[in-house]
Design a protein around this ligand. Structure first.
Ligand SMILES: C[S@@+](CC[C@H](N)C(=O)[O-])C[C@H]1O[C@@H](n2cnc3c(N)ncnc32)[C@H](O)[C@@H]1O
Length: 300
């Protein structure tokens, strides 16, 4: 936007003869983001322009000649600047699609990941035979896992727990948008500490599991912008996985199960965590790339 005027004194720049329309802005953004090395410049451009105008991506093509006002262009410039500095698109637009819904996000919560849909799918399939399951989601973040599950299982009831109050605020918003508020309780606390005698049909979690040693090899977009307490899992990334495997069985009803998302290289270490503990049928489930991303085990 205005790049072609570089070097010309401001007072001589004259009048912009070509109007900024949606179509022109999309084209400009795509070229600009491509030039900055972004992998999906068209898609990201569409998402940014759609967010600016408060419409869906498809709507942009239904009204391509809609003119843009100077204030809109100024706001847009700010959004593009943030993006090329490396801020994730989802924190700029404030949303991310996951499973069947759109979730509100902000920099206090992890952006829901495509691979976490494996945990939703496995949990739904395993719960199919229960009438009215009670499900606990530990480290709920945006609430994407438990809210997706409750939305698909109208008789299920859930508890979303997190150590972060900021995360619970976002989960509450998402529960309201997706209309599961009346079946979801929010609880703040450290892992399973808030639960004394309570037992569940299923305990699910996508805990922080990035190994300390691997932190520096994560993309800058993740390290610099997403909450580190949502990602860092100590040595080998096993701190929270180990704590959950060690403690969850006490809070499982007969035949109840624990299902956890794990890092794609952690299968063997995670298998060891179940050794000697009262679980049975420890099974792993792959993501679309065929990498083991979910472990499920029933209480013995
Ligand atoms: C990897 S994120 C998962 C967020 C969300 N469930 C998802 O799948 O996108 C881990 C979450 O665990 C929470 N967390 C970290 N330490 C915790 C603890 N000791 N007790 C409970 N939650 C914790 C973080 O606040 C974060 O929301």
């Amino acid at each position: 936007m205005g790049e072609k005027h570089k070097g010309i004194p401001h007072r001589l720049r004259g009048v912009e003869l070509e109007r900024w329309t949606v179509q022109r802005l999309l084209k400009w953004t795509e070229e600009y983001l491509r030039g900055k090395g972004l992998a999906s410049p068209r898609l990201e451009g569409e998402q940014l322009v759609a967010h600016l105008l408060g419409v869906n991506r498809l709507d942009l093509y239904l009204d391509p000649h809609r003119p843009l006002h100077p204030e809109e262009l100024a706001t847009f410039k700010g959004m593009v600047k943030r993006r090329i500095k490396g801020e994730p698109l989802q924190y700029i637009t404030g949303k991310q699609g996951f499973w069947k819904h759109e979730f509100v996000v902000n920099p206090r919560v992890l952006i829901p990941r495509r691979e976490s849909e494996v945990l939703v799918q496995v949990t739904l399939e395993t719960l199919r035979d229960w009438d009215a399951p009670l499900i606990l989601d530990v480290g709920t973040g945006s609430g994407c896992l438990i809210i997706s599950i409750l939305a698909d299982l109208p008789n299920a009831v859930g508890i979303a727990a997190d150590i972060s109050l900021d995360a619970l605020r976002i989960a509450k918003k998402n529960a309201a948008h997706i209309k599961v508020t009346d079946r979801l309780a929010l609880v703040q606390g450290d892992l399973l500490a808030p639960f004394k005698e309570e037992a569940f049909h299923a305990i699910i979690s996508n805990p922080p599991y990035v190994a300390e040693e691997e932190w520096n090899s994560l993309p800058k977009e993740v390290r610099g912008y997403e909450p580190s307490h949502a990602l860092k899992g100590g040595k080998g990334g096993l701190f929270y996985l180990n704590a959950l495997v060690s403690k969850a069985w006490r809070h499982l009803l007969p035949n109840g199960f624990l299902a956890l998302e794990i890092g794609w290289q952690q299968r063997h270490k995670v298998e060891d965590l179940f050794e000697g503990k009262p679980y049975t049928g420890v099974s792993f489930f792959p993501d679309l790339e065929g990498r083991d991303r979910v472990v499920l085990a029933r209480r013995r």
